[in-house]
Design a protein around this ligand. Structure first.
Ligand SMILES: Cc1cc2nc3c(=O)[nH]c(=O)nc-3n(C[C@H](O)[C@H](O)[C@H](O)COP(=O)(O)O)c2cc1C
Length: 463
């Protein structure tokens, strides 16, 4: 399972190993997963919920709630999740899962989630070998969409030796990456899932996993809506040289572009990316060309433009660059330094202009060929989506930018909240379309944002 973009609900119950789930949370985030947490009351005695809330950047679902928590977390969290991980799972919650008791957040989420569930037991060896725990684990192994991880033998926190240790967080991550926990029954992707893109008869549709590794071909599944279509993405930020060691740039991490590349791939598109510097890594199956400056990105995009059915301009391109980049490092003279800035090319506008001129030429060519009698000969519409990042007067600025850009839609986003935007998994956004009121901004994951754009592109290509 590719963890990038995965939404993981982490259920924490009250054993001595609770501190290890903090490490697990961090490791999952490092792999690109978004994590939310629910805890039993006993778990909060071992590690304060504040730790998990701070690490996950989201209120923890607790028995008595928290002031800032959402009112329907017992439904919200399990519905949101692609995977429910219970780490550590105490003998007590294991018993509840097996018997259908749901009187705390961890067991309630177990009952109400429809995604795959993975349980990592941790307890004293005598408890682990007790007939009740043995039977309950056996019952859980028989549940659909439920995996019980093997508890390794070794020295336990209580000083005794035997089976009952928690699988190490790094091993749990390794296991998740190597396996695809079973999805809901009847899922056509038969457990091979990464990104949800719609609904199937069981309430969820799981697209094929995005493979990891180089030179992975596009998916050959002809039933996917993007089959046979090519999308060109721009990603990351640009760096505009001041001298050989200094540059002007911004804080874009590239996470949104990675989410977009994954969702496009999962929908069958051939994905090509022109990427500036960025931290987030692309999955396999995505062709990436690296560039540094806005002008390099412009040239690379224009070269590839004609082959694309859709173009999504996700990169945070510097609007300006220094008029002259010094050949040698500028010396520190402690006196005022003024850098003259000149505008960079506007990649989005140049793409829509190129599309307009190409469409015009194609139309007149087909007219000259007398193809106007043939209804199937109208030139195909290349879909172009831009991004607008605003910090004030969102609606006015986005509406104006959309008209000026000539794009089919503009993704308006605002990294103004301390917990969203650059480098985070959440963002405030809305999709702006020509001739329509600008919808209210909403808070969502970058994968949600990507799904909205991919859905829009698919609809447009069908027209
Ligand atoms: C110091 C201490 C450590 C404990 N460690 C474990 C453990 O590792 N596994 C376990 O199943 N129970 C353990 N327990 C017992 C549970 O905390 C207890 O059964 C509790 O009711 C579990 O609640 P919960 O399942 O709702 O989180 C421990 C208790 C204490 C006081």
């Amino acid at each position: 399972m590719n963890l990038a973009g995965k939404k993981i609900l982490l259920g924490v119950s009250g054993g001595i190993a609770v501190y290890k789930s903090c490490e697990l949370l961090r490791l999952l985030q490092k792999k690109g997963a978004e994590v939310r947490v629910c805890m039993t009351e006993a778990a909060t005695e071992f590690v304060a919920p504040l730790t998990f809330a701070s690490l996950s950047k989201c209120p923890v679902y607790l028995k008595n709630g928290a002031v800032e928590a959402r009112p329907f977390q017992h439904i919200d969290f399990p519905r949101w999740a692609d995977l429910y991980l219970v780490v550590p799972a105490t003998a007590n919650v294991i018993g509840k899962f097996a018997c259908g008791i749901a009187d705390d957040p961890v067991s309630l989420c177990f009952m109400s989630c429809t995604c795959p569930r993975v349980i990592a037991p941790a307890m004293n060896v005598a408890m682990y070998n007790s007939p009740a725990v043995k039977r309950n684990l056996e019952v859980l192994r028989g549940f659909e969409s439920t995996t019980v991880l093997e508890s390794p033998a070794g020295e336990l926190a209580c000083g005794e030796v035997g089976q009952g240790r928690l699988m190490e967080p790094a091993e749990i991550v390794e296991w998740l990456e190597a396996n695809s926990p079973e999805c809901h029954p009847g899922c056509e992707a038969s457990g091979n899932h990464t990104v949800r893109t719609g609904t199937c008869k069981n309430g969820k549709y799981c697209a094929p996993a995005v493979p990891v590794g180089k030179d992975v071909p596009p998916t050959q599944d002809k039933t996917l809506p993007g089959y046979g279509k090519k999308v060109l993405l721009t990603a990351g930020r640009t760096e505009e040289a001041i001298d050989p060691v200094r540059y002007i740039s911004n804080r874009s991490s590239g996470k949104t572009a990675v989410a977009l590349a994954s969702v496009f791939y999962a929908n069958g598109f051939e994905v090509e990316v022109v990427a500036g510097p960025m931290e987030a890594a692309f999955p396999g199956g995505v062709k990436v060309t690296r560039v540094r400056s806005a002008r390099d990105m412009h040239d690379a995009v224009m070269e590839r433009l004609d082959q694309a059915d859709a173009v999504v301009h996700c990169a945070a391109v510097a609007d300006y660059r220094p008029a002259h980049a010094a050949d040698a490092k500028i010396k520190d003279s402690r006196s005022q330094l003024t850098i003259e800035l000149v505008p960079n090319p506007n990649i989005l506008r140049d793409c829509t202009a190129a599309r307009a001129s190409r469409t015009g030429k194609e139309a007149s060519r087909s007219q000259n060929a007398g193809a106007s009698r043939n209804q199937n000969s109208s030139p195909k519409h290349q879909v172009i989506v831009g991004f607008a990042l605003e910090t004030d007067h969102f609606k006015e600025h986005a509406a104006e930018k959309l008209v000026k850009s000539g794009a089919d839609a503009l993704l308006l986003n605002a990294p103004v909240a301390s917990d969203s935007g650059f480098g985070h998994d959440c963002v405030r956004y809305t999709l702006v379309r020509p001739g329509m009121d600008v919808p209210e901004m909403k808070m969502g994951g970058k994968v949600d944002l990507a799904q909205e754009i991919v859905g829009f592109v698919i609809d447009k290509l069908r027209v």
